[in-house]
Design a protein around this ligand. Structure first.
Ligand code: G6P
Ligand code: ZN
Length: 546
């Protein structure tokens, strides 16, 4: 299928367009290089088959360069023979809403513009991710093909056409391609209504339940206003920082205890609402803090799974659970009790896609503040918040009481992640290589008084498509079930980030109420010794602890 107004422009490859954990993420300045975005988008089309005449969804988290990128993508898509593009109004689609829209429209796929929780603005980050027809991130074989293509590309196709007014709802055309600008929220809201008991949540708000949701000046603002305030009746003003800004107000839109500290402080204060929550730049992460109680993402996953049948969408029960390897084993204990399988996957939401498609799991989650279910193929921040609201409305207990009761029943997994950010890449890789070499010798040794039960380099065999993924993190597992995991982040844009995940299981209710730092102190110093972190990174302590 051709396009009358299309022209072919000569280009040369860039060497650095390998998609990482979640698509291609680079500084805005990198994307602004002549033909950089064009090359990558054309490489996507060059490595796909069957998109001609089909529908694609396009949208992003509203960060700086979102609008410019969308205009270019529309023109390149038209030149390549795409039939129709559906865009969120003003170019806004949260990552989960894009996934829902791809599925809802049975589209061919989608292009999501985001660098998730990384800062935005002219000197911040930008990103491009390709989603496939199930609404999830493209699997490795697709991203590998795209990368291979970026190394060889010699030209791209583009139509010369005026920019589309993406703020105005309705249908228009670019060349021969149809473009629909749609409401960013409606389809997603309708999906949420099928999963949760909105009447019950409405009743809770009416009875005085108090709530603060921080959209962090990022994409969830319009969604959160529409859902929590307009639909469910949370007091106006419950949603704060609700307007998406291209630079997120200069903040780092990552809902963790560092970047959402103010929310933590509020939740620990006398003025604490019943629930504080937040989401990240593109709306797929979540932070849950009850009055006086922070819920770790690993615990949150386990608690949602244990209470799932409360929500109408999960009333029939769950088929199985999945968590990324570094996520704590709290969910494993729930799966065991429910008598359903638990799948342990590498870090990265894309690994859940096959399990969800095959119906092997219903709920999945990661320590990196992500949880989601088979309702779409991304993690989903507002879904997690609505799930908690529904459970709180049904159980009429505090977050703290629910968490404590969960630990009494299942035991507590003390858990902490230590990040050594922006360390020199050579040193970080040398650390991993050296530790990998030593792994076979560690088994049976006593380290810090603890016996090493196993030490390995995590590999994953996908039970659905049979693919194998190697080198997904180094694990040192002790005889008492404690664990230290080392891996390098796949999402950073500067230097390397070493992540160290530290976990200890405590079945005894009398010992489940220590401060996490105290409970893990021994393992933390061990984590630094085992890998000689200071020697390789020149850092005596992590830059972020979550
Ligand atoms: C993104 C991905 C997640 C992943 C997280 C951390 O949010 O969608 O699946 O867990 O990044 O990845 P990293 O490689 O930086 O630890
Ligand atoms: Zn995100």
């Amino acid at each position: 299928m051709g396009n009358s107004q299309a022209t072919t422009i000569a280009t040369t490859p860039f060497a650095d367009q390998r998609p990482g954990t979640s698509g291609l993420r680079k500084k805005v300045e990198v994307f602004q290089q002549r033909h950089y975005l064009e090359n990558f988008i054309q490489s996507i089309f060059d490595s796909l088959e069957g998109y001609q005449g089909a529908t694609l969804v396009v949208g992003g988290d509203g960060r700086y360069y979102n609008r410019e990128a969308i205009q270019k993508i529309l023109k390149i898509a038209a030149a390549n023979g795409v039939g129709r593009i559906v865009i969120g109004q003003s170019g806004i689609l949260s990552t989960p809403a894009a996934s829902a829209l791809i599925r809802g429209l049975t589209a061919f796929g989608g292009i999501v513009l985001s660098a998730s929780h990384n800062p935005g603005g002219p000197h911040g980050d930008f990103g491009v991710k390709y989603d496939v027809a199930n609404g999830g991130p493209a699997p490795e074989k697709v991203t590998d093909a795209i990368y291979a293509r970026t190394r060889e590309i010699t030209s791209f196709r583009i139509v010369e056409a005026p920019d589309v007014d993406i703020d105005r709802l309705g249908e228009t055309r670019v060349g021969d391609m149809r473009v629909d600008v749609v409401d960013s929220v409606g389809n997603y809201k309708a999906l949420m209504q099928t999963l949760f008991d909105f009447d019950r949540i409405r009743d809770a708000f009416r009875s005085g339940f108090t709530f603060t949701f921080d959209a962090m000046s990022a994409v969830t603002g319009p969604y959160a206003r529409a859902l929590f305030e307009e639909e469910l009746g949370a007091r106006p003003g419950s949603v704060i920082n609700a307007t998406p800004l291209p630079d997120f107000g200069g903040h780092h839109p990552d809902p963790n205890l560092v970047h959402a500290r103010h929310l933590y402080d509020l939740a620990m204060s006398d003025a604490a609402p019943d629930l504080c929550a937040a989401s990240d730049g593109d709306g797929d992460r979540n932070l849950i803090i009850g009055r006086g109680r922070f819920v770790t993402p690993s615990d949150s996953l386990a608690i949602l799974a244990a209470n799932a049948t409360i929500a109408p969408g999960y009333r029939k029960g769950i088929a199985g659970l999945a968590r990324s390897m570094p996520t704590s084993g709290a969910a494993d204990r729930v799966a065991e009790r429910l008598g359903v399988p638990l799948y342990e996957t590498p870090t990265g939401w894309k690994y859940f896609g096959n399990l969800l498609d095959a119906g092997l799991v219903t709920i999945c989650g990661e320590e990196s503040a992500g949880a989601g279910s088979d309702h779409l193929r991304e993690k989903d921040g507002l879904w997690a918040v609505l799930f908690w609201l529904d459970i709180l409305a049904a159980r009429k207990e505090s977050v703290d009481a629910i968490v404590r009761q969960h630990w009494t029943t299942y035991g507590r997994n003390y858990y902490s992640r230590h990040d050594y950010e922006e360390v020199a890449s050579d040193g970080a890789h040398a650390l991993i290589d050296a530790l990998r070499q030593r792994l076979p010798t560690l088994k049976g040794q006593y380290l810090g008084g603890l016996e090493v039960a196993t030490a390995d380099d995590f590999a994953y065999h996908d039970p659905v498509d049979g693919s194998d993924s190697q080198h997904q993190g180094l694990r040192v597992i002790f005889a008492d079930g404690s664990r230290i995991v080392y891996r390098l982040s796949g999402t950073g844009t500067a230097g390397a980030t070493l992540r160290v995940y530290i976990e200890r299981y405590e079945p005894d209710p009398a010992r489940q109420h220590m401060a996490t730092e105290a409970a893990l102190a021994n393992l933390v110093s061990l984590s630094r010794e085992i890998a000689a972190i200071e020697r390789y990174t020149q850092r005596a302590a992590p830059s972020v602890i979550t």
